[in-house]
Ligand binder design. Structure first.
Ligand code: ATP
Ligand code: MG
Length: 497
């Protein structure tokens, strides 16, 4: 029994022991699980906290970026306003051709649009500095002191080196100017830029603000553009003045030259007049005795004073012929002089130029036949013009005469008559010896004869073309020759209809 009881109690206590162990184990397990859960939650909370912090940081960043953006926007707006103002100013400056006008374009509202309250434009003038623009600085005394400080050589030298100066520039040569601008003129911020051209430093531009400590970003470009614009405008004026002066000089020279030429022309025409008068007078004087010589020679040749020995008759015949050519030469000279001096009466009438050309062809037919020269006419049926018939006939005779004279046997000569818009064109073209380019410009001069075998054999006077030219000119027409040596010549003249 005892044994049983002992066993029973032993079992119970074992059971109890095991149970309580189990309970402890379960409880421990549950406890550990709880702890895990708590840890997990704690982790989650920490993560949440981290996230929150991150979001906070981001929110702060967003606010900062927003601030920066709006600052940038503001800066951009200022820049756009100042650029627009600069653009307007630049247009005004580039269209100014007087110095005073340049500076009148730099107005307070433009300076304010550029973001400043003070603007000084100072230029070197006859060894001193002069304020051409002074906006925002009414105190003359203060301005004069500033000009005095800036005039110092080391300050100008500094400007050439630096080009742009800010208040924080530490250079000692800038110190006095900087102090004056800050302490006397009371600028909170400013910037100084040099006005410079190829010639060197012309002056400076100062832009400043009484209210803002900091000069906005990008001001360097603004003031550089402004000072470049001013220097370009000043250069433009100098160039314009140079151009204007040289144009003026040129005009004076041209006027002088024109006057000289006019004087020379008057002189020439006077001399020409004198020459014509002289030729006229001499020809007149020569004509009277010549007519008498010619008359006697002609009567003698005709043996009106008795029969002559044949050798004397031959010589008299030569005298007679030579007096004929002398008479014709004197007549030509007289006519040229008359036309040149305007004393020749021109009898304008309706003339059929085609009929006239044919008549001249008939007139010179014997000479052409002698050399077996064929005359071609390229003309309309008829063509009426207003002209002096006798004079135009002389032109045609002279041209055809020359053509026959300078064309060898068996060749052809062509007379062509045509009508252009408001004039008639007549040409006499041959297949003769031609004229060199060198002589072509001279053949219309009085007494000019080309040195050639034909001229050596046949003695012309060299007056035919000169007379022809004078006649054509008196009709307000034109005459010229086209030719090359050995290739025939073409003499052309035009007459108004
Ligand atoms: P004039 O006509 O007074 O009797 P000329 O015939 O010599 O003498 P122009 O008619 O004035 O004088 O001609 C001047 C020169 O021009 C001639 O001597 C000749 O050298 C040249 N000339 C003129 N016509 C022709 C031509 N058709 N062909 C070649 N040379 C010509
Ligand atoms: Mg001639």
């Amino acid at each position: 029994m005892d044994f049983l009881r002992t066993v029973f109690f032993t079992d119970i206590s074992l059971f109890m022991g095991i149970s309580s162990l189990l309970v402890v184990a379960i409880l421990t397990f549950l406890y550990l699980k709880k702890i895990d859960e708590i840890k997990e939650r704690e982790d989650k909370i920490r993560k949440l906290e981290d996230n929150l912090e991150e979001m906070d940081e981001q929110a702060r960043l967003i606010v900062k970026t927003d601030l920066e953006l709006s600052q940038t926007q503001e800066e951009l707006d200022r820049k756009i306003t100042s650029l627009l103002a600069l653009q307007r100013l630049s247009q005004d400056l580039s269209s100014s051709l007087e110095e005073e006008k340049i500076f009148s374009h730099i107005r307070p509202e433009i300076i304010s649009e550029l973001g400043f309250e003070l603007c000084l434009v100072v230029l070197k003038e006859k060894g001193s500095l002069v304020a051409k623009t002074s906006i925002g600085l009414d105190n003359k005394e203060s301005l004069n002191v500033l000009l005095g400080l800036m005039k110092q050589k080391d300050f100008l030298d500094l400007l050439i080196k630096e080009r742009i100066l800010y208040p924080n520039n530490l250079s000692s040569s800038f110190e006095q100017v900087r102090k004056h601008l800050k302490e006397e003129i009371k600028l909170k911020s400013f910037i100084v830029s040099v006005i410079q051209t190829k010639e060197g430093v012309l002056g400076v531009v100062i832009l400043g603000s009484f209210s803002e400590e900091e000069i906005f970003k990008g001001v360097r470009e603004t003031i550089e553009i402004l000072s470049t614009q001013i220097s370009q405008a000043i250069e433009n004026i100098a160039l314009f003045e140079q151009l204007y002066n040289s144009q003026q000089e040129l005009e004076v020279k041209i006027n002088e030259r024109t006057r000289d030429l006019q004087r020379a022309l008057e002189e020439i025409s006077k001399i020409n007049q004198l020459k014509s008068q002289f030729v006229s007078a001499v020809s007149h004087e020569l004509r009277t005795p010549l007519t008498s010589i010619k008359g006697y020679a002609s009567l003698l040749v005709q043996e009106k004073f008795g029969k002559l020995p044949s050798d004397i008759k031959v010589r008299l015949e030569r005298i007679n012929q030579q007096s004929d050519s002398l008479v014709s030469m004197i007549n030509d000279l007289l006519d040229i002089a008359r036309i040149e001096s305007g004393r020749m009466k021109i009898d304008i009438q309706k003339v059929d130029i085609v009929e006239l050309a044919k008549r001249v062809g008939d007139l010179l037919f014997p000479q052409m036949q002698e050399k077996n020269i064929h005359l071609k006419l390229e003309c309309p049926e008829s063509l009426a013009i207003d002209a002096d018939k006798k004079l135009i006939e002389r032109v045609l005779i002279n041209l055809l005469n020359n053509a026959v004279k300078f064309t060898p046997q068996d060749k052809a000569i062509t007379i062509a008559v045509g009508e252009e818009k408001d004039y008639v064109k007549v040409s006499v073209k041959d297949e003769g010896i031609g004229i060199s380019q060198e002589d072509l410009g001279n053949v219309f001069r009085e007494f000019y004869k080309v040195d050639n075998p034909v001229n050596k054999e046949l003695k012309g006077t060299g007056l035919g073309l000169s007379l022809a030219k004078n006649i054509v000119k008196a009709h307000k027409g034109d005459i010229w020759a086209e030719s090359a040596l050995g290739e025939g010549a073409n003499f052309i003249f035009t007459l108004p209809r």
